[in-house]
Each structure stands twice: as C-alpha cells, then as structure tokens.
Design a protein. Structure first.
Length: 378
C-alpha cells in the first residue's frame, strides 16, 4: 500500500483525549501507519490489559491464516446400520437443519427406510463445553453440534436465552424435521458415534471469510469459540478452550505479530484473564490490510462501520467519524476497548487500538474511546 500524504502528528491531538475523566485507571493506545508500518502514537502501547471482544481480531487472523478463507464446515448424517442414523456435528454454530433433513429423508426413502433411530455425535470438539463465565446469555455451551448459536428466542445477534444442551436440542429439532418429511424417529435422540458410518447427506456452512465477517460485525461469541476450536483441530491441538488459545498464539507467531505479554484463554474475549497490548491489536489490523496477505482481508471487511453496522450502529452518531471509523469494540465489566482502522483526510490508512480498564462509567468510557478514534480522521 502506498502512502498518500505526510504522516500525521498525533500526540498533540490524542494526549488531551487520553486524559478524559471518562477513561479508567489504565489507559493505553497505539496508532500504526498501515502503509509504512510506523508506530505513530505510543501511549503505553506495549502494556497488556484485558481486551474483551477485540480478542476476536486475533481469532479471525488465526482462523483465516490456518484454514483459509474458502474453508467450510460440514455437518453430516450417516447410517451405522439398518434403521440407525447419526447426526454428526462439524463445529458450525450457524447451522440450519431444514435442508439437511430434506436431503436425509430423500436418501432414506430411496433406500426403502421410513423408520429410524437417531443418535448425535459431538466428538469433533473436546470439552469442557462451559466457558469460565458459566451459563450466560452471551454464549451457549460450546459444542460441535448446535443450531443458530443455541438461541431460544429466534434472535440473530446479541445476548439471548441459550439451550442448556445445544446438541440435544439440535438433534430433537432434526427428529421433528424428519417426521415432517415422512420419516418416523423411534424414541428420543441419544448421544452416539458416527465413526465408520456411510454418509447419507451433508450440509456445508458459508465460507470462512463470510463467517469471520459475521463474527466481527455482530461480535458473535459462539462463532468465535467455534473458530478457535476449528483452528486448534487444524493445527493438531485439542479442540477445547486451551487448544484454541494455543492455536491462536501459534498462528500469530507465524505471522510475526508482536505478542509480548499476550495471554489467550478463549477465542471470544469473554474471559477477563485474556491479555493483549494495543500495539498487538493495531499490528493485527495492519497485517490484515497488507497486500501480502489477501487471505486476511475479511478481518477488515467484517469490522463494524461507525454509526451504520453491527456493534457500532448505535455509536458515533453526529460524529465526524461516522462512516470513516471501522472498528471492533470490547466491553466487559471494568473493561472498554476499541480497535480498528480509519482514513485521514490526506488518504492515509491508520490502524489503531485504544484500551481502558476500571472506567467509572461504561457509557462515558465508550464516548471517550469514540472521541479518540474520531480524532484520527481529520
């Protein structure tokens, strides 16, 4: 990428905003010129703190770099014997079962089978399924088989009631869909193994590039944890929280991302024990913008747009940053962060990250962070 004008002098503009009373006791920030890689603003840029959902930027880079943007996740139905079928989870939390049920019913009828017993296989992921935050409307138990993030209210994003056992709920729903198509399921679905079975039907997810965009735009925690586990499996590591964290670190290390003090415990950023520096987040975004790494471009195209899309739709209104700031936000109790890109008036692309801990009010902290990002746009 070619620079389009002089690098801006930022300290005089940003330092007063970093002193805003709405920010907390820990205030860090980094701004990187994407074209040159130069660190333009350093406010304790290498100091690590809890990143919250900006962790998803690391998860996205790791998944795309390990699996490739065209990768798809497969959920299959196999037969393991006469009248016995198994729904085999493939780690796709966006799964919708209608088409898979229709294809399965057709395959069974073609073989003269109209009554089956149904099992379901979740072995593609390892345990534990429950995040350290415990049962929570922000994340279903993490399992290789679930429908629409395990949501119970028909919503597509944000907090929602979740199934206590998403795999069992998915299998029960699948049994009902088969019944609607003339296939009788005897008894209740039970856990089982599809190993060695003959495939009857398969459903493939959207491409990973699309899933990454959705994860970032909507801050989808279920998708983030699934991508971390998928990355772990591809790297030959256990498909659990620890394996996902290790796989993310290994992928970022291969890309040469600075990870001093970084600590990963999940893929979503819901764990307060996660630690990242603003410089790491800014470098991740600059890497995704590099012409040398087109496989990472969905990291940028998935960022919410200020005042328009995803988790930034309700922020930056009446702000010069509206439409110009593209950023992932992070919010936990006591933590507020933002990391993204913007373009200066001279046409220079900047990658930035601002982080704060222990702010007196989350609303005030968000406003102060938005002001920092907006200050980059003149």
């Amino acid at each position: 990428m070619t620079a389009s004008g002089p690098a801006p002098a930022l300290a005089g503009r940003l330092d007063p905003l970093m002193a805003a009373p709405g920010l907390g006791t820990v205030r860090t920030g980094a701004v990187v010129d994407v074209a040159t890689g130069r660190l333009l603003y350093d406010h304790h840029a290498r100091t690590v703190s809890t990143p919250a959902s900006t962790t998803k930027l690391a998860t996205a880079v790791a998944a795309l770099g390990t699996l490739g943007p065209g990768h798809r996740f497969s959920t299959a139905v196999v037969t393991t014997g006469p009248g016995r079928i198994v729904l085999v989870g493939g780690g796709d939390p966006t799964l919708v079962l209608d088409g898979l049920a229709a294809d399965t019913a057709r395959a069974l009828e073609a073989g003269g089978t109209r009554t089956v017993r149904l099992a379901y296989d979740t072995s593609f992921f390892a345990g534990p399924t429950l995040h350290p935050i415990g049962p929570n409307d922000n994340l279903a138990p993490v399992t290789a088989l679930m429908v629409r993030d395990g949501r119970l209210d028909g919503s597509g994003s944000g907090p929602a009631p979740r199934a206590y056992d998403p795999a069992a709920a998915a299998a029960s729903g699948f049994a009902g869909l088969l019944a609607e198509r003339g296939i009788r399921v005897e008894g209740d679905p039970e856990p089982g193994s599809g190993a060695g079975g003959t495939q009857l039907a398969v459903h493939r997810s959207a491409a990973l590039s699309d899933l990454v965009e959705r994860m970032l735009t909507d801050s989808d925690n279920d998708l983030a944890e699934a991508l971390a586990r998928q990355t772990a499996r591809a790297a030959g590591l256990p498909a659990n929280f620890a394996g996902g964290a290790a796989a993310i670190r290994a992928a970022l290390t291969r890309y040469g991302v600075p990870l001093g003090g970084a600590d990963f415990h999940d893929g979503s950023g819901l764990d307060h024990a996660d630690k990242l520096a603003p410089l790491t987040l800014a470098r991740l975004l600059a890497l995704a913008a590099s012409p040398a790494h087109p496989e990472l471009r969905p990291v940028l195209t998935g960022l919410p747009v200020a005042a328009f899309t995803g988790t930034l739709a309700a922020r930056f209104h009446a702000s010069p940053g509206a439409g110009l700031v593209h950023a992932k936000t992070g919010t936990l109790t006591g933590t507020n962060t933002i990391a993204g890109t913007t373009v200066t008036r001279s046409g220079r692309l900047l990658a930035f990250s601002f982080m704060t801990q222990h702010a007196p009010s989350p609303t005030a902290a968000q406003s102060a962070l938005d002001a920092l990002a907006t200050a980059l746009t003149p």
